[in-house]
Ligand binder design. Structure first.
Ligand code: NAP
Length: 244
């Protein structure tokens, strides 16, 4: 059976791991990409156990050299990249007045510039195939703002702009580019938040629960599928109604 190949950044844990495992169940082969060798290998093993081909890439999206080398190695081993999920992301929170330039730069470099580097690297292969899907994981706060996250919010809002620009540039080659804006999802990233912050957030969610990584993976699966072939340049909110 023909399997499409998906490259998922930040696939070692959290939302990225769930996306990789969920795409595998829908018959995609997976390139598991994140900086840590051991974590990638565990996820790749789970993909093989579910019947897919998997390769690991020790990829730091903030380094263009790492991205170029990684994508070229992936194309060599897997033969194609049909779907890119730009999921890698970090936070370094502080009020803007006290935010260190290094933390501003690091978050922008990984969350926004990194997504651009990987998209740019996979474009030629997708253009050649005249088929492709680029799915950028942004955030609810990229649309609504959030105190203490100037760097993260700017990176996620930038990702929405990048999504729309690439959607227009790549449409003629049958490559769609969309974003998913998760609300509050239970992962390592949100586990570190104080309980009172979590309680305040929960009170703002009409569906009265935090999101699960599978809620995001389901939206990715849809955007990657043929069913979504007339959707490009859009942002799908997956946030329990937290921001409409
Ligand atoms: P997470 O559990 O903290 O996982 C982050 C992933 O990104 C890890 O696999 C990490 O690899 C990887 N990563 C970090 N720096 C990287 C780099 N330089 N190059 C490549 N990979 C890198 O985060 P998550 O909650 O699953 O979030 C996934 C995405 O969803 C992020 O873009 C995040 O901003 C977005 N999001 C999350 C939420 C939420 O509530 N959780 C809400 C909205 C949006 P290591 O394991 O090696 O560190």
């Amino acid at each position: 059976m023909f399997h499409r190949v998906a490259l998922v950044t930040g696939a070692s844990r959290g939302i990225g791991r769930e996306i990789a495992q969920s795409l595998c169940k829908s018959n995609y082969d997976i390139i598991v990409a994140s900086p840590e060798v051991e974590n990638n290998e565990a996820v790749a093993e789970s993909i093989r156990a579910c019947g897919g081909r998997a390769m690991t890439l020790n990829l730091d999206v903030s380094s263009q050299d790492s991205v170029k080398e990684g994508v070229s190695a992936a194309l060599k081993e897997m033969g194609r990249i049909d779907v890119l999920v730009n999921n890698a992301g970090i936070t370094r929170d502080a009020l803007a007045m006290r935010m260190k330039p290094a933390d501003w730069n690091l978050v922008l470099q990984i969350n926004l510039t990194g997504a651009f580097y990987v998209a740019q690297a996979v474009m030629p292969a997708m253009m050649k195939e005249r088929w492709g899907r680029i799915i950028n994981i942004t955030s609810v706060v990229g649309e609504m703002g959030n105190p203490g996250q100037a760097n993260y919010v700017a990176s996620k809002a930038g990702l929405i702009g990048l999504t729309k620009c690439l959607a227009k540039e790549l449409a003629s080659r049958n490559i769609t580019v969309n974003a998913i804006a998760p609300g509050f999802i239970e992962t390592d990233m949100t586990a570190v938040l104080p309980q009172d912050v979590k309680d305040q957030m929960l009170a703002t969610i009409p569906l009265k629960r935090f999101g699960r990584p599978s809620d995001i993976a389901n939206a990715v699966k849809f955007l990657a599928s043929e069913d979504a072939n007339y959707i490009t340049g859009t942002v799908i909110k997956v946030n329990g109604g937290m921001y409409m």
